[in-house]
Design a protein around this ligand. Structure first.
Ligand SMILES: NC(=O)c1ccc[n+]([C@@H]2O[C@H](COP(=O)([O-])OP(=O)(O)OC[C@H]3O[C@@H](n4cnc5c(N)ncnc54)[C@H](O)[C@@H]3O)[C@@H](O)[C@H]2O)c1
Ligand SMILES: [Fe+2]
Length: 273
């Protein structure tokens, strides 16, 4: 067996989002983050409170909240403009996979130049992109850990993936309180995305006993706790377990990938959202 298991993302589970973000900014030496989010998540009380806490200690936060589900390449371009206008030094991505993916796209383009669509070509080199702090508010995509981002090309409507090991998050910050508002339908859809990452990775030809061990646990957690999180969105223990499963499965995406399920999903998702 030859397995190399890399885990470059620093993972912080916290019950105090604002305090943790302040701590990360101070430890990593960032002071001008661009917050990348969507308009709903950007106005969630917990998110506003975290932003206020950052501002109270002198962190200058600019907000880019134009992300929409199944984000377009153009949104990444607008985000790069916002990053440059603010003279930002880091990105706090807060939201679901759409916000985290856009943030990763902004980070790639602000460091490497060009347009995000060019990076769908796996031969295109990508220099290391530090400075992304990912805070998931859905438990599903695992984008806080993964090397992937999915964008839609406006002219063709195709959903395309960029795979960029040098652009994984510097930090993933996990806080289950953010997920208590997620409606049942979204909880199911996101939880099944995580389950599919685990099940497809488990069946992948890139799987190894190491990835299997982690996938088995992710599927176990989702099988046991996702129905509880759906039945009662306020069940914090269930939300936490589902969140951890989603993050573990997202980490393993970089190691065993997905198979036909996600290939089909990207085609159907592009057409039916
Ligand atoms: N990078 C990856 O590895 C990866 C993996 C799987 C999927 N994806 C991509 O991620 C995107 C989907 O992300 P998603 O499923 O997380 O959803 P999303 O980010 O598109 O958000 C969907 C909706 O949920 C709302 N929402 C988010 N958090 C909420 C909360 N806590 N409470 C209430 N509402 C909330 C948002 O405002 C939005 O309207 C797709 O584009 C998909 O292709 C990426
Ligand atoms: Fe997925």
């Amino acid at each position: 067996m030859e397995v190399k298991l890399l885990q470059p993302v620093k993972v912080v589970c916290t019950d105090d989002l604002g305090e943790t973000l302040v701590d990360i900014m101070q430890t990593a030496g960032y002071s001008r983050p661009l917050m990348v989010t969507d308009s709903f998540v950007g106005s969630m009380p917990l998110v506003v409170a975290a932003r206020t806490k950052l501002e109270q200690v002198g962190v200058d936060v600019a907000v880019f909240d134009q992300v929409k589900p199944d984000p377009l390449c153009e949104t990444v371009e607008s985000g790069v403009e916002a990053f440059e206008a603010h003279k930002a030094d880091s990105i706090i991505a807060i939201g679901g996979g759409s916000s985290m993916d856009v943030a990763r796209g902004i980070n790639i383009v602000r460091v490497n130049g060009g347009s995000i669509i060019e990076y769908t070509d796996p031969a295109k080199p990508i220099a290391p992109c530090n400075g992304m702090i990912a805070v998931p508010t859905t438990a599903g995509t695992g984008s806080e850990m993964s090397n992937a981002l999915v964008v839609t090309e406006g002219s063709t409507g195709r959903k395309l993936a960029v795979l960029a090991d040098p652009a994984v998050s510097e930090y993933a910050v996990l806080n289950a309180d953010l997920m208590l508002t997620l409606p049942a339908k979204m909880t199911i859809a996101c939880g099944l995305d995580a389950f599919c990452h685990a099940a497809e990775g488990y069946l992948s030809r890139m799987a190894s006993p190491v990835t299997d061990a982690i996938y088995e646990k992710a599927m176990f957690l989702l099988y046991n706790y996702l129905p509880r999180a759906v039945a009662n969105g306020q069940d914090r223990e269930a939300r936490e377990r589902v969140m951890v499963a989603s993050t573990l499965a997202g980490w393993m995406l970089n190691n065993a990938g997905t198979i036909a399920g996600h290939s089909i999903a990207h085609v159907l998702g592009a057409k039916y959202h």
